[in-house]
Design a protein around this ligand. Structure first.
Ligand code: GAP
Length: 429
């Protein structure tokens, strides 16, 4: 993990949040490469879950929702962890993490009785800060899709089974955030709420587990680093009948990337009851009205980005040196092509390299870099996962050819400049 976190900072993937002020604990800012990687991941999810299917519709609901949503969802009553406070050092601990419930693991001071601590962030809507204006930041994006169930039925008239998909921020006042971006208080989720007949729910649940597991494989994550774990009954959230996690073998142990849950008809029934609006589905062939069951594949963007970075990190011996390379897939890699002048003190080479980069930029993601000697430039590009480096040298001025180096094999080929764009587009597609 130390190597990955250090690369993230060194190369502009992820920085400590508010760092110049000493940092705000467990907040992280995505830098130039981090935001590209994250966007590529979200795009891959949207493509697989919305564009390539006929049965899932996208949406984007507000983070702030009516306070009754969280009463109906059960989050006001059930979404808490037990915590204990140290009477001496005032630190707060999740009771489940403690070996001894009465002794502080940091200073050996006495701990308070363990008490429930609701994980939802609170704020006030409008200028008056009293109980009537209290609202929560959403702890999951899911509820935005449940409360729009009727709007979707009325505007798009989908037939069961169908799903809604959404990517967005969620907030949880976690007692013990940590492990870099793995557990934070502000994070992004990619969630599908898949509505189906109660009779098909078990089968649909099983097929989503496979579908989602295969999606992580399609990102290029190594199979041996992924596994499925079914929840025991006492682990299930208040709304779930069954849940299976897809876990990644992080350096700190196997941990959840995504949960696939059978939420039954809990949510639609609760929102019907609390809103007074009937959220049943009418099957016009069977002439039946019922509450659909919901199968929910719910993944974390930040956790997937972290798993992808850990999985892609490679160190290789090259002669006497060690090469660090991020072996990210073509689709995920934040950097596709870098154009590098072999000699940065030769203006004709620099100009030609800049022109080539400028031209490539019109069709693909390319950067120009002349901030170091060629060996150093290659090293930097390898570390951010750049798929191809195009080098312009003295000979290029005469033969109008450039050298293209493949990130993974490090093999170099000479390509004519007028064929370069076509060559790269083919390689990248
Ligand atoms: N709607 C269901 C739901 O929210 P969850 O298992 O609590 O289920 C789903 O969360 C996913 O959201 C997790 O698998 C994880 O990837 C991500 N997630 C949850 N809490 C997180 C946190 N504190 N930091 C980062 N990601 C988190």
């Amino acid at each position: 993990m130390d190597k990955v976190t250090s690369l993230c900072k060194r190369r502009g993937f992820i920085f400590q949040g508010s760092e110049i002020y000493g940092g705000l604990a467990n907040t992280w800012d995505y830098g130039p490469y981090g935001v590209e990687l994250k966007n590529n991941l979200k795009r891959a999810w949207w493509k697989a879950c919305v564009y390539e299917r006929n049965d899932i519709l996208g949406m984007d609901a507000s983070i702030l929702m009516h306070p009754k949503v969280w009463e109906a969802s059960g989050h006001v009553e059930n979404f808490f962890d037990l915590k204990s406070d140290c009477k001496v050092c005032k630190k707060r601990f999740k009771t489940a993490d403690l070996k001894d419930n009465s002794v502080c693991p940091e200073c050996s001071g006495q701990l308070t009785e363990s008490r429930p601590f609701n994980l939802m962030f609170k704020t006030h809507q409008g200028p008056v800060e009293d109980a009537s204006n209290l609202i929560h930041l959403r702890p999951e994006t899911a509820q935005g899709m449940f409360v729009n169930f009727l709007n979707i039925l009325d505007s798009k008239h989908p037939k069961l089974p169908f799903g809604l998909a959404q990517i967005g921020k969620a907030f949880r006042n976690e007692i013990t955030p940590g492990n870099f971006t793995f557990r934070t208080r502000e994070f992004e989720q990619m969630e599908i709420e898949y509505f189906c007949s109660p009779l098909d729910a078990d089968k649909t649940y099983e097929s989503w587990i496979e579908e989602r597991f295969n999606w992580y494989l399609s990102l290029g994550i190594k199979k041996e680093n992924l596994r499925k774990r079914r929840h025991a009954k006492d682990e299930l959230a208040h709304y779930a009948k069954a849940c299976t996690d897809i876990e990644y073998n992080f350096p700190f142990g196997w941990s959840e990337l995504e949960g696939i849950a059978n939420r039954t008809d809990f949510d639609l029934k609760q929102h019907s009851k609390f809103s007074g609006k009937e959220l049943q589905y009418f099957d016009d062939q069977k002439k039946e009205r019922f509450y659909p069951y919901i199968i929910e594949p719910s993944g974390g963007v930040d956790r997937s980005v972290l798993a992808i970075l850990v999985d892609a990190y490679h160190e290789e011996k090259v002669k006497e040196d060690t090469r660090v390379v991020l072996k990210l897939s073509k689709d995920l890699s934040p950097a596709k092509v870098a154009v590098l002048p072999l000699l940065r003190n030769r203006p004709e080479i620099v100009e030609l390299a800049k022109n080539i980069a400028g031209d490539l930029k019109k069709s693909l993601i390319a950067v120009y870099d002349d901030t170091g000697a060629i060996g150093k430039l290659y090293r930097r590009q390898d570390e951010v996962g750049t798929l191809f480096c195009v080098t312009v040298d003295v000979q290029s001025l005469e033969d109008k050819q450039v050298t293209v180096r493949d990130r993974d094999t490090m093999q170099q080929v000479r390509i004519s400049m007028d064929k370069l764009k076509e060559y790269l587009i083919n390689q990248l597609s």
